[in-house]
Design a protein around this ligand. Structure first.
Ligand SMILES: Cc1ncc(COP(=O)(O)O)c(C=O)c1O
Length: 395
């Protein structure tokens, strides 16, 4: 499909597809080969060279959705993140990162970068001045993630991107929570967009992959290390990714609507202390999110009026439809306690400083009926009243 100015729903279905394949099938055939002939072709495909037909179809589709020039497909989100860092940074360089980051990214920075002699500074994303304050003569890269996990903090993408341009620094964003349907950072000046495709892009909680979308020039830099680090994905997975992407816009649209309805329900509930969702006017990042996002996404967090991890877990066990599980972005609604999962390696005090209370619950909203999700939360909140009475009586 040549016209990339089509609506995203159309791009999801058609962009990147091979214009003609041997049997004229409407889906790209899965080329299972890891060996391809080289005599009659200018570029021989090979999986770890990131250039097989199935890899390219997906990258082209995602370039159309993210408004990027070129990209690479990896075996996981962390393979994408680590390859970007290790390809664009070298010993003696410095990187500035926002401190609200996916836990795995945080661990990668803390555990790996020093080994390579790369310095780093974490800053609060609340103000671009914090990034400026951390600037050093050797700063080469700035890394943000918005909305963030688990408090859905919103970073000013355009401000950070403009600042990075003015300092000649590469800007990188993890756009996983928003998906390309709700947020296009390249249009706001960002250089490199990363996704854990394991989440919304895959969308069915059954795939692991990662994506980098960027300029043609930066892709070449990242590519040079990517072929050495070898984090590519296989052809069978590519076939499933292409199928998943065809319904991305449809799924995300429904997740946006459901999340807004569930957040509004929770906000007015007497048994709920706080709700974090950028689509709520009460959310600190609402105005900014309204400018830079076309939908507020399917992720929200809330604190029921409970006390401690045990009561919070008891609440999750009372849910009948919403499933306590890690990960996010799938068609089914999942709930988890960040204190027990993504933030469990932090000390209780560090968690409190980060605003992650023991009672905080993160919800990845799926595509079920919003009414059914609300009913499930309502019945579990109601049951907790009796649970509290019984446990207090037992004391
Ligand atoms: C925001 C974000 N970025 C990156 C990752 C890493 O992705 P993967 O698990 O596919 O390596 C995750 C995983 O949870 C994530 O939530």
């Amino acid at each position: 499909m040549k016209d990339i100015n089509k609506d995203k729903a159309t791009l999801c279905v058609h962009a990147g597809a091979e214009s003609k394949n041997p049997a004229y099938g409407v889906n790209t055939p899965v080329y299972t080969s890891s060996a391809f002939g080289y005599l009659d072709t200018p570029e021989t495909p090979y999986p770890r060279y990131f250039n097989t037909p199935n890899q390219q179809v997906i990258v082209n589709k995602l370039c159309a959705l993210e408004k990027g020039e070129a990209g690479l497909l990896f075996g996981s989100g962390m393979a994408a993140i680590s390859t970007v860092m290790l390809s664009l940074l070298k010993a003696g360089d410095h990187v500035v990162l926002q401190n609200d980051l996916y836990g795995g990214t945080y661990h990668f920075i803390e555990y790996e970068l020093e080994k390579f002699g790369i310095q780093y500074t974490f800053v609060s994303q609340a103000d671009t001045a914090n990034f400026e304050a951390a600037l050093r003569p050797n700063t080469k890269l700035v890394y943000i993630e918005t909305p963030s996990n688990p408090l859905l903090k919103v970073t000013d993408i355009k401000a950070v991107a403009q600042w990075a341009i003015s300092k000649n620094i590469v800007s990188v964003i993890d756009n996983t929570f928003a998906s390309p349907i709700n947020q296009n950072p390249i249009s706001l000046g960002i250089d490199v967009v990363i996704h854990s495709g394991t989440k919304y892009l895959g969308g069915h909680s059954d795939l692991s992959f990662g994506v980098v979308i960027t300029t043609a020039a930066l892709k070449e830099n990242i590519y040079r290390s990517a072929i050495n680090l070898g984090g590519n994905v296989n052809a069978a997975t590519c076939g499933l990714i292409e199928r998943s992407l065809k319904t991305l816009a449809l799924r995300v649209q429904k997740q946006n609507e459901n999340a807004q309805a569930v957040a509004s329900f929770l906000q007015q509930h007497a048994q709920v202390r706080a709700v974090y969702y950028p689509g709520l006017e009460s959310h600190a990042g609402h105005a900014l999110a309204s400018q830079q996002m076309s939908g507020f996404g399917g992720m929200l967090s809330f604190e029921p009026m409970l006390s401690g991890l045990e009561e919070t877990e008891a609440f999750m066990r009372k849910l009948r439809l919403i499933t306590p599980a890690v990960s996010l972005g799938g068609v089914e609604t999942l709930i988890c306690s960040p204190a027990r999962t993504s933030h469990s390696k932090m000390t209780a005090e560090a968690r409190r400083t980060a605003g992650v209370k023991d009672e905080l619950l993160r919800v990845s909203i799926g595509i079920e009926s919003a009414e059914d999700l609300i009913e499930d939360l309502a019945q579990a909140l109601e049951k907790m009243k009796t649970h509290k009475v019984i446990s207090q009586a037992a004391l």
